[in-house]
Design a protein around this ligand. Structure first.
Ligand code: GLP
Length: 249
């Protein structure tokens, strides 16, 4: 694992954007796996800036998002498709048909999961997968104790995750309790993985991910088994790594 620590959120986000930009420059028809949440917002802003400057061209890029809330239509304000349109896709020259986000209101969610996997395979697999990390070490919506072999599937969210998501919903009763998520197996097939984590409330999960043995109790720890992972952190997210023998910062 390559671990890079930056002074602040902005630097970590800009560095992450540079890795994504380099991927698109290197391979204009890249297949990107993308993430939602507050973590990648500044990264997406930087990518929009580079695109506005004419440096990045998204016309051949294909994207697959990690996850979507079950029960929310793509035009729902809190859906992850809506998030992506608002914070990235609507502001760069992506082809609408090259945008793939699981359909949260699919008639048969299990079929939607298989279809999502089929589309990833048909696109040639994910070249670069961007990840955030949940406070409990989840990636995508793969909560603790998920099997490492899983592909895209319907998942039950933990109370901790539901609680973390509640800030975006007017009423606690409206917070979705299930999602469609790429599985750990799907994520591990990506050729490169870039994980961004910022803020002190991620420090414990970051430590478990990189310093503790690989354990489904911290789903992100599986990334220790992937051959091409870069982890970008701001200082607060890296604070618990100082006594970690596995890491030289
Ligand atoms: C959700 C998403 C994850 C994301 C996590 C952290 O659970 N499914 O992909 O990494 O939230 O969110 P945030 O970046 O807002 O801390």
């Amino acid at each position: 694992m390559n671990i890079r620590v930056f002074e602040n959120e902005l630097q970590a986000s800009q560095a992450t954007a540079l890795l994504l930009a380099a991927q698109i420059l290197d391979k204009p028809a890249s297949v990107l796996g993308l993430a939602t949440g507050s973590t990648p917002l500044k990264t997406y802003q930087e990518l929009i800036r580079l695109s506005g400057n004419g440096i990045l061209d998204w016309s051949q890029v294909t994207t697959f998002n990690l996850d979507e809330y079950l029960g929310l239509a793509g035009d729902h304000e809190q859906s992850y498709r809506h998030f992506m349109m608002k914070n990235l896709f609507g502001k760069v020259n992506m082809r609408p048909e090259a945008i793939n986000v699981p359909d949260g209101i699919a008639a048969d969610p299990a079929v939607e999961c298989m279809e999502f996997e089929r589309r990833i395979r048909q696109a040639g697999g994910v070249d670069l997968q961007l990840l955030g990390i949940g406070r409990n070490g989840h990636i995508g919506f793969n909560e603790p104790d998920t099997k490492f072999t899983t592909l895209t599937q319907v998942v039950d969210l933990t109370e901790d995750t539901i609680d973390a998501n509640a800030r975006f919903f007017a009423d606690a009763a409206d917070v979705p309790r299930q999602a469609i998520s790429m599985g750990i197996g799907t994520i591990m097939r990506a050729k490169k993985i870039v994980l961004l984590a910022m803020g002190a409330d991620k420090a414990r999960a970051v430590r478990s991910m990189v310093c503790n043995p690989v354990d489904p109790a911290c789903p992100a720890s599986v990334l220790q088994l992937h051959g091409n992972v870069t982890i970008l952190l701001d200082r607060p997210a890296a604070t618990a790594l100082s006594h970690c023998p596995e890491v030289t910062l």
